[in-house]
Design a protein. Structure first.
Length: 175
C-alpha cells in the first residue's frame, strides 16, 4: 500500500482525479489497520484459552483417527485433520470457535511413549497457552490421555513446516 501511495502522490499534481483515488487508498489503509488491530485483540483474548478435551471428543473429530485424515507424522507422533463441528459445542471457548475455521490439526503421540511424556507435554502446554505471536499457531486444546496425548491447533493448509522452511525450488525473494 505504501508503494501505491507514493505513486499516487507523485502523479497527483498532474491529474485532478488522483486526489480522490488517494482518499480511497487512505480509507482502505485505515480499514486494513482497523482489521489488524481487531485481529490482534481477538488473538490476545484467546491467549491461554486452550481447553482440555477428552480422547473420545478427538476420536469423533478425526473420524476415529482414520488413515484418510492423517496429514503428517514425526518424532512425537501423527497429525490428523479434524472437524471442529464434531466437537461438543462447549469444548472450545466462543471467541476461539469464532476466530478459527472448522478445520483443526490434532497432533497425537504414538503409543509406546514413556510415562514422562505426559509430564513433558504438560510443560509444553503451559508454555504454548501463554504464547501469542503471529508466526505461531495457537494451542486451542489438548488431551492428556495415557492412551495417546494430543495437542489441538488450527489446521494450516499448504504443506508441512519443512516444505515451507525449505521449498524445493527456493526463490531467494521469498526466503
Amino acid at each position: 500500500a505504501s508503494a501505491l501511495r507514493k505513486g499516487v502522490e507523485a502523479a497527483a499534481s498532474h491529474l485532478g482525479v488522483l486526489p480522490a483515488l488517494d482518499v480511497e487508498v487512505t480509507m482502505a489503509q485505515a480499514r486494513l489497520d482497523d482489521l489488524a488491530i481487531r485481529s490482534a485483540s481477538a488473538a490476545t483474548e484467546a491467549e491461554g484459552q486452550a481447553v482440555e478435551l477428552t480422547l473420545s471428543d478427538l476420536t469423533a473429530a478425526t473420524n476415529g483417527f482414520a488413515d484418510q485424515n492423517k496429514i503428517g507424522s514425526g518424532g512425537f507422533g501423527r497429525v490428523y485433520a479434524a472437524n471442529a463441528a464434531r466437537l461438543p459445542l462447549t469444548a472450545l471457548p466462543e471467541n476461539v470457535r469464532n476466530m478459527h475455521s472448522s478445520s483443526l490439526a490434532v497432533k497425537r503421540a504414538t503409543s509406546g511413549h514413556s510415562d514422562g511424556i505426559l509430564r513433558k507435554l504438560e510443560g509444553e502446554i503451559k508454555i504454548l497457552k501463554g504464547c501469542n505471536h503471529p508466526h505461531l499457531l495457537p494451542l486451542l486444546g489438548y488431551c492428556l490421555s495415557e492412551e495417546g496425548p494430543c495437542l489441538v491447533s488450527p489446521l494450516m493448509r499448504g504443506g508441512s513446516l519443512g516444505m515451507r522452511l525449505r521449498p524445493a525450488e527456493a526463490d531467494p525473494a521469498q526466503l
